[in-house]
Design a protein around this ligand. Structure first.
Ligand SMILES: [Zn+2]
Length: 241
């Protein structure tokens, strides 16, 4: 490969920078877009866990209610039995004692019935919450899936664009020496995708600090790549190319 002059290499680097600026933005999109989808997914999963907790609560209330209903049945059986025993009792005292016992069982029965009603009320409240959450969750799921598809499509599109840009890049890089290219790429990496900048007036087009005359003279000599002393970006003079 014939040696390409520094001046021509700088021209190539400027062309490369246009491509790399685009690549930089696309790569940032590729990093950030999936994160956004992850966030939506997490929100959806959290909601799902919340719904599951509510469903478990509903189940627990039902189990407790069934236990009380069983106890109610037992109590009712006991009352029927006690009533049947009444007619068999010989003395008034025994009769009165049995009546008191029945009264007490009836009072217990009322307490159990009251508990069962409370469980029904709790079930109604929880079931209403569950229905609301299910509806909300379905909406969240739809939102998440729609966004995911959008991002997936856009990721594919970006990957295609990156392929094209990288191809363009590979047509330029052979004209730049390995050491100059690697210096440029290092700065690109460290300086947010902006590695080569024009000197505007007397200031660096990257960090806007002033560039000494001596440095400007060095750029004009085209002997090597000249870096900004403040930000290390490669400097060039637009009029000079
Ligand atoms: Zn600078």
């Amino acid at each position: 490969m014939p040696e390409v002059s520094i001046k021509d290499q700088i021209k190539k680097l400027v062309d490369l920078q246009t491509i790399d600026a685009e690549i930089y933005l696309y790569k940032r999109d590729l990093r950030e877009k999936p994160l956004y989808v992850e966030e939506l997914k997490k929100r959806y999963e959290d909601k799902k866990a919340g719904l599951k907790a509510l469903e478990e609560k509903a189940k627990a209330i039902q189990v407790n209610r069934k236990a009380q209903e069983l106890e109610l049945q037992t109590k009712e059986g006991d009352i029927v039995k006690a009533n049947a025993q009444l007619s068999l009792l010989k003395t008034n005292k025994e009769y009165q004692a049995k009546l008191t016992e029945i009264q007490s069982m009836k009072a217990d029965k009322s307490v159990i019935e009251e508990k069962i009603l409370v469980f029904y009320d709790e079930s109604d409240a929880v079931n209403a919450d569950i229905e609301k959450e299910r509806k909300f969750l379905a909406e969240e799921e739809q939102k998440y899936l729609t966004q995911k598809k959008e991002v997936d499509d856009s990721v594919k599109e970006i990957e295609e664009k990156l392929k094209v840009l990288n191809l363009k890049r590979s047509q330029i890089t052979p004209d730049i020496s390995k050491s100059n290219l690697s210096r440029y790429e290092r700065v690109l990496e460290n300086k947010d995708g902006l590695a080569i900048v024009p000197v505007n007036g007397n200031s660096c087009g990257g960090c806007f600090m002033s560039v000494p005359d001596q440095v400007i003279n060095e750029i004009k000599m085209h002997e090597r790549l000249v870096l900004c002393e403040m930000c290390s970006r490669v400097l060039y003079l637009a009029d000079d190319l």
